[in-house]
Design a protein around this ligand. Structure first.
Ligand code: BT5
Length: 249
């Protein structure tokens, strides 16, 4: 595993915070350099997209946010998430969870159960924060009941303890080149690798995608040129999905 050039050069580790994304956003606005990484043992208000919560119990998982100094318009945050997913997927596979795969737009899954998630947020004109949560140790059964049934941990998958520091180094080393490739080449630079790691066997239900805003159920075919998901429904019609609640059926 090679070391990184810029990612994680500066690391801020705290026992507890509301959200590592909050801390990273604050540091980004205060001028922290490209690649600064924030890691917490626990988050009291870990978050996902659309106001959802990321369960963040202490001492057993990875909660990490990285500052990327790049002027990315809002529309490019979603595809950046895809690039980050490729690196995160490879890190988890490298740890031994070879069945890990990507579910559009920001989930890391194993056989339909969620192992990790990504949340990218803008931090002013010239920086973004990339937040990643990966369930490492303990059993998914110890997560809050509303999450447990659809979650997994690396320890659940491998039957052994995962050392957070070593996994963090692995993750940063895998992430850096994919972020660089995306910043240089956009979606075309990461689309095929993303598709190669896509959980293609899952049946997905997407809210508000049909012509009348109705839910559609189908299978993922891959990415469009702008990073939208192409989903084929049961009648063979292909939909472009830009947003919406995506659930595994
Ligand atoms: C995500 O949102 O998957 C993005 C999660 C990003 C978390 C990281 S941790 C470091 C950084 N700091 C933060 O505050 N956030 C980032 P979304 O697609 O909206 O999924 C959220 C949903 O995942 C929840 O509504 C639950 O159903 C489920 N969930 C919550 N906690 C989970 C966990 N620990 N493991 C598996 N699933 C979980």
């Amino acid at each position: 595993m090679s070391a990184t050039t810029w990612l994680g050069g500066e690391r801020i580790e705290v026992a507890v915070c509301t959200s590592t994304n909050d801390l990273a956003l604050e540091r980004a606005r205060a001028g922290a350099p490209h690649g600064t990484v924030v890691i917490a043992d626990a988050q009291t208000a870990g978050r996902g997209r659309l106001g959802r919560t990321w369960a963040s119990p202490p001492g057993r998982s990875l909660y990490l946010s990285a500052i990327v100094r790049a002027a990315l318009p809002l529309a490019r945050l979603a595809p950046l998430t895809l690039a980050v997913g490729v690196g995160a997927c490879d890190a988890v596979r490298g740890e031994g969870v070879t069945a890990a795969a990507l579910k559009w737009p920001n989930d890391l899954v194993v056989a339909g159960r969620k192992l990790g998630g990504i949340l990218c947020e803008g931090a002013g004109d010239a920086a973004v924060v990339v937040g990643i949560g990966v369930n490492l140790n303990g059993s998914s059964g110890e997560l809050p009941p509303e999450v447990a049934a659809r979650a997994t941990t690396i320890a659940d998958e491998l039957g052994r303890w995962v050392e957070r520091a070593a996994f963090t180094d692995r993750l940063l080393a895998e992430l850096e080149p994919w972020i660089d490739r995306f910043l240089a080449g956009g979606v075309p630079a990461i689309a095929a690798p993303w598709e190669a790691r896509m959980a293609a066997e899952l049946r997905l239900r997407v809210d508000r995608v049909g012509p009348a805003g109705q839910p559609v159920t189908g299978v993922a075919l891959g990415l469009d040129r702008d990073g939208a998901l192409r989903l084929r429904d049961d009648d063979g019609v292909v939909h472009r999905v830009h947003a919406g609640e995506i659930t595994i059926v």
